[in-house]
Design a protein around this ligand. Structure first.
Ligand code: NDP
Length: 283
C-alpha cells in the first residue's frame, strides 16, 4: 500500500481562499480582522514563525501588528502592552510567541490575554472550555489536524487513536478533540512503558514528540492514518518530522509530510481563529 498524502499546502490554500472572502465581507461591514503578535527575544525559529504569521495575515487581507522586544525586557512592559491590546477594538486576536525568556512567567503572560482574544487557545479559561466540549478557540495545531480528517473523510468514531506527546499546545488538546470525535484515545509520553504495543494498534497515530524519524514502519499498523507534527532540523540543515516518512508511507493509508503537512495548517488555523474572533465581535 502507498499512503495517500495529506497535503497541508493544498488544504491550507483552499481554506485561506474562504477566509479571504469572509474577511472581505466583514471589512465591507466596517471590521477588518486584526491580529497582534508579540515576540520577545531573538530566537531564530521564533522570528521565522512570527514573520510567517504576519505574512499570512497580509495575504488574507487581515490587519496585523508585530510587537518586538529585546530578550532582557521587563515583563511588566509586555503585560502593559497586552492590556493595551486587550482594549484595542482593531485587534481581535493576540498571540505571544513561545517560548519566552526564562525570567518570564509564561502562565501569567498567557493569562493576561483577554480570553476572547486568545487565538492560540492557551488561556486556562479556553483550555477549560475545550475540555468541556464547548470550545471558544481550538489550539491551532490540533485544529488543523482535525481539518485534515474532515477534508479527507477520515472517520474517527470508534477508532483507536494514539497520540505521542502530552504537551499543552499539541498532545493534550489533540487527545481531547479526538475523544470528543468519539475515538478511543491513548496518550503516550516519555514514561510510557511499551510504546510499540500502543502504536501498533493505532488506527490514527499522531506523533508530536520532537524526535527526528522516531516513528518507524515497524511501529505502525498497516492501513493506519499517520499525522506527523514534529519539526526537526537534521545536521545537514534539512527539516524532517517525527515519522520515518519513506518506509511508513509504504504501509500507512494516509500520512502528512514534513514539510508541507501540519505546519501550513497551523498558521491557517490561526487565521481561522482570528477571523472567528472578529466575526463574533461584529455581531
Ligand atoms: P514538547 O517538547 O512540549 O513535548 C514533547 C512530548 O513528547 C512530551 O510529552 C514528551 O514526553 C514526549 N516524548 C519525547 N520523547 C519521547 C519518547 N522517546 N517517547 C515517548 N514520548 C516522548 O513538544 P511540542 O508538543 O511543543 O512539539 C512536538 C513537536 O512538534 C516538536 O518537534 C515541535 O517543533 C513540533 N511542533 C510543530 C508544529 C507545527 O505546526 N507543525 C506546532 C507545534 C509543535 P514527556 O512529557 O514525558 O517529557
Amino acid at each position: 500500500m502507498t499512503a495517500k498524502i495529506l497535503d497541508g499546502t493544498v488544504l491550507a490554500k483552499k481554506l485561506r481562499a474562504d477566509f479571504k472572502t469572509r474577511a472581505e465581507a466583514l471589512a465591507a461591514r466596517g471590521t477588518r480582522p486584526g491580529l497582534a503578535v508579540i515576540l520577545v527575544g531573538e530566537d531564530a525559529a521564533s522570528q521565522v514563525y512570527v514573520r510567517n504569521k504576519v505574512n499570512a495575515c497580509a495575504q488574507a487581507g487581515f490587519h496585523s501588528e508585530k510587537i518586538s522586544y529585546p530578550p532582557e525586557v521587563e515583563p511588566g512592559l509586555v503585560l502593559a502592552k497586552i492590556a493595551e491590546l486587550n482594549a484595542d477594538p482593531e485587534i481581535h486576536g493576540i498571540l505571544v510567541q513561545l517560548p519566552l525568556p526564562r525570567h518570564f512567567d509564561s502562565d501569567a503572560v498567557l493569562k493576561a490575554i483577554a480570553p476572547e482574544k486568545d487565538v492560540d487557545g492557551f488561556h486556562a479559561e479556553n483550555v477549560g472550555a475545550l475540555m468541556q466540549g464547548n470550545p471558544r478557540f481550538i489550539p491551532c495545531t490540533p485544529y488543523g489536524i482535525m481539518k485534515f480528517f474532515a477534508d479527507a473523510g477520515i472517520e474517527l468514531k470508534g477508532k483507536e487513536a494514539v497520540v505521542l506527546g502530552r504537551s499543552n499546545i499539541v498532545g493534550k488538546p489533540m487527545a481531547m478533540l479526538l475523544m470528543q470525535a468519539s475515538a478511543t484515545v491513548t496518550i503516550c509520553h516519555s514514561q510510557t512503558r511499551d510504546l510499540l504495543f500502543h502504536t501498533r494498534r493505532a488506527d490514527i497515530l499522531v506523533a508530536a514528540l520532537g524526535r527526528a524519524r522516531f516513528v518507524t514502519a515497524e511501529m505502525v499498523k498497516p492501513g493506519a492514518v499517520v499525522i506527523d507534527v514534529g519539526i526537526n532540523r537534521l545536521p545537514d540543515g534539512k527539516l524532517c518530522g517525527d515519522v520515518d516518512f519513506g518506509p511508513v508511507s509504504e504501509i500507512a493509508a494516509a500520512i502528512t509530510p514534513v514539510p508541507g503537512g501540519v505546519g501550513p495548517m497551523t498558521i491557517t488555523m490561526l487565521l481561522a481563529n482570528t477571523l472567528e474572533a472578529a466575526e463574533r465581535g461584529a455581531h
